[in-house]
Design a protein around this ligand. Structure first.
Ligand code: HEM
Length: 306
């Protein structure tokens, strides 16, 4: 079905067979996300990976990030940190349960996600900033659900000014940028003490700025940081929450998953990352959760290029 959404032509493809044909024959025509003003601001003018249009600059940035930030070596270097955060998460649940206090799983899953991401990206928990960051992410989701008249009918863009939407975006961007500036200044301080001596993602990106041959700019640093917080905080939290909700609704499946975990972990008392490869049923539970409740949508097919 073809829809003309103001200035944006959009094609809705609702069969798997047609989607497959389209991706095969018209991949390059439909692999950019819609170019809308809020995403353009959020991505520091397309300086990130998630919202930048497909092209040479995007390919270059993606290559740098795959090699330097999301490489197997880098991801493995955060293993201890991930295990520490999970241990803290489990013991919070145990403590609350031991004291007969109801557990608000949503809240502690969100703290787990934001603590883990801030430690990986910025080197420490940033408890206060973590909370500020959570508020900012909520505001980001709320703004991204608003309809910007300028995106569909540019001549009537003044309506966004009158409705207060433009001012809301400005205020939001200022808050986000202030946090980024604060952590960047802190990381650039030569006497900064790192909690465990490890290089976090921001350190790596600031290091990339020193090499002029890779065209990496401060806007790329902020754009990629923004991607990591938007892409990496809510997605795992939502999946974890849905998986727990479905397991609670299906006690037989919960029992089978628990039995598998116990048979693999045995007397160790805790799950280590290397155990995951043996948790086949558990992985199926996660994949089924992803199928039922995908927390993010792929760019492909989301918009036909004008
Ligand atoms: C359960 C967890 C996650 C799910 C379900 C998920 C899902 C997705 C999906 C569906 C896309 C769009 C792919 C496309 O357009 O073809 C995406 C892109 C992306 N995600 Fe995730 N994600 C998860 C975790 C993360 C984490 C932890 C990070 C960062 C540390 C992250 C960073 C990104 C980035 C940077 C992109 C843009 C990639 C590109 O355009 O090439 N995601 N994710």
């Amino acid at each position: 079905m073809f829809l003309q959404l103001g200035v944006h032509p959009a094609l809705v493809i609702s069969s798997a067979e047609m989607a497959k044909k389209f991706i095969k024959n018209h991949d390059q025509d439909c692999c950019s996300r819609p170019s809308v003003s809020f995403l353009n601001k959020l991505s520091y003018g397309g300086a990130d990976i998630a919202f930048a249009p497909y092209g040479e600059q995007w390919r270059e940035l993606r290559k740098i990030c795959s090699n330097e930030i999301f490489s197997l070596k880098k991801v493995s270097s955060f293993r201890t940190l991930r295990e520490e955060e999970i241990e803290h998460f489990i013991s919070s649940i145990s403590d609350l349960a031991a004291a007969n206090i109801p557990v608000n799983l949503t809240d502690i899953i969100i703290s787990l996600g934001s603590n883990m991401m801030t430690r990986i990206a910025l080197g420490r928990s940033y408890h206060n900033n973590g909370n500020k960051l959570h508020e900012i992410l909520q505001e980001m989701h709320s703004i991204s659900r608003c309809l910007f008249v300028a995106d569909f009918f540019p001549r009537f863009g003044w309506i966004d000014g009158v409705s207060g939407l433009d001012a809301r975006v400005e205020k939001f961007m200022k808050k986000l940028d202030d946090i980024f500036e604060e952590v960047i200044t802190e990381h650039l301080d030569p006497v900064r003490s790192k909690s465990d001596g490890a290089e976090d993602i921001l350190d790596t990106m600031l290091g990339l700025l020193k090499d002029p041959t890779n065209n990496f700019t401060m806007n790329n640093v902020k754009g990629v940081l923004m991607d990591i917080f938007i892409g990496g905080t809510d997605t795992p939290s939502l999946i974890l929450e849905w998986a727990m909700a479905e397991l609670i609704r299906n006690p037989q499946i919960m029992k089978k998953a628990q039995d598998e975990v116990r048979s693999v972990v045995k007397s160790k008392g805790k799950v280590e990352e290397t155990d995951i490869q043996h948790l086949h049923y558990f992985k199926m539970v996660l994949k089924e959760t992803l199928r039922l409740y995908p927390p993010a949508a792929p760019a492909t097919l989301s918009q036909r290029k004008p």
